[in-house]
Design a protein around this ligand. Structure first.
Ligand code: UDP
Ligand code: MG
Length: 325
């Protein structure tokens, strides 16, 4: 039987506090998979440094020197989690039969990696890691995340509930996924669109081992808005509907104000004029903002800018098994 080359891709942004722990834990998992004969000894841990400002890259770099299981990529600046992961995936697809993506902070239970691999070996192309519990996340994080999945569902986008970016992709699924060329690639929205035989593995999400979340509220909101506007034009339709309804309401209100005027009681109409003025103004601004969001998206896409820039590539298998792109 052909040996399976597995790459575990780990995006890291300012993760110096947790890097060692993360490295040792993942290495343990990988070496036991290798010694069990489930994956090839050419398998790799691939750390992608997303323009960290701390010593993360130095740590990755030195790990690549003393450990032949470790590869590293350094992006030229901070491109964001999704793009850092994408950089890792595009690199890994060249020399791996399957790739697992996982965050550096060890919130996702590494012991289920073995299960991921077993599912892959039994013929699944995509394996989703799904959190069965999120008790260690803050109430705020849990409820915003839940709201996000609900909203995405309403927008007609099928996301795997409680699945983030902890998953296994086969080379085949990954190759197809990399055909999605939008510059703001929202991975967890794209993967379910691929089809293929897929399954889920459940695990408990833990608290961050060290360091703090790189997703403060503003980033989270931007991420959600990005996700929604990348996949659905429903918000625009919704706004159009509201605009239509509010126009009808203002026509009725206008009629009412006119009647008031003929009755010589103009002052009482003032309130309704003011209310509708604000209402319409607000709706207009909201609609323009939303439409602007889409136009901005188009603008971003037509520029065809690179999604990330690699400054340093310390991938061990880089030349070993090159694949034409
Ligand atoms: N990350 C990244 N670039 C960024 C922000 C985050 O590569 O701009 C990485 C980070 O190092 C971590 C993963 O993405 O490995 C998820 O980030 P985090 O744990 O902060 O997010 P949360 O779990 O709080 O949603
Ligand atoms: Mg995290």
């Amino acid at each position: 039987m052909k040996e399976v080359v597995l790459t575990i891709a780990v995006p890291c942004y300012n993760e110096e506090e947790v890097f060692e722990q993360s490295y040792y834990q993942l290495k343990n998992v990988l070496t036991s998979l290798i010694s069990e004969g489930l994956v090839s000894s050419k398998s790799q841990l691939l750390f992608i440094d997303d323009g960290s400002k701390d010593s993360t890259w130095d740590k990755i770099e030195s790990a690549t020197h003393f450990d032949k299981l470790v590869s590293g990529i350094k992006l030229s600046r901070n491109f964001g989690h999704q793009r850092a992961l994408l950089a890792g995936l595009e690199e890994a697809v060249q020399f791996s039969d399957c790739v697992i993506s996982i965050d550096a902070d060890l919130q996702d239970d590494t012991s289920v990696i073995r299960e991921f691999v077993l599912k892959y070996l039994s013929g699944y192309e995509i394996v989703y890691g799904v959190r069965s519990k999120r008790e260690t996340d803050t109430f705020f994080k849990r409820s915003t995340a839940q709201g996000f999945y609900r909203l995405m569902g309403k927008m007609g986008l099928s996301l795997v509930y409680n699945h983030a970016d902890y998953r296994l992709l086969s080379k085949r699924a990954l190759t197809e996924m990399l055909q999605f060329k939008e510059s703001n690639l929202f991975l967890r929205g794209v993967v379910p669109l691929l089809g293929f035989k897929s399954t889920s593995v459940y695990y408990e999400r833990k608290a961050r081992e060290a360091g703090e979340s790189k997703y403060p509220i503003a980033k989270m909101l931007a991420f959600a808005l990005d996700g929604i506007t990348s996949f659905s034009v429903k918000p625009i339709r919704f706004i159009t509907l509201i605009g239509f309804l509010s126009s009808i309401i203002s026509i009725i209100a206008g009629g009412y104000v006119l009647v008031q005027k003929f009755l010589g009681d103009t002052e009482s109409g003032w309130a309704s004029v003011m209310i509708s003025l604000w209402l319409i103004g607000g709706l207009l601004l909201m609609s323009i903002g939303l439409i602007g969001e889409y136009i901005g998206k188009i603008y971003e896409e037509v520029k065809h800018r690179p999604r990330y820039i690699i400054e340093d590539n310390l991938c061990r298998n880089k030349q070993a098994n090159p694949v034409k792109s």
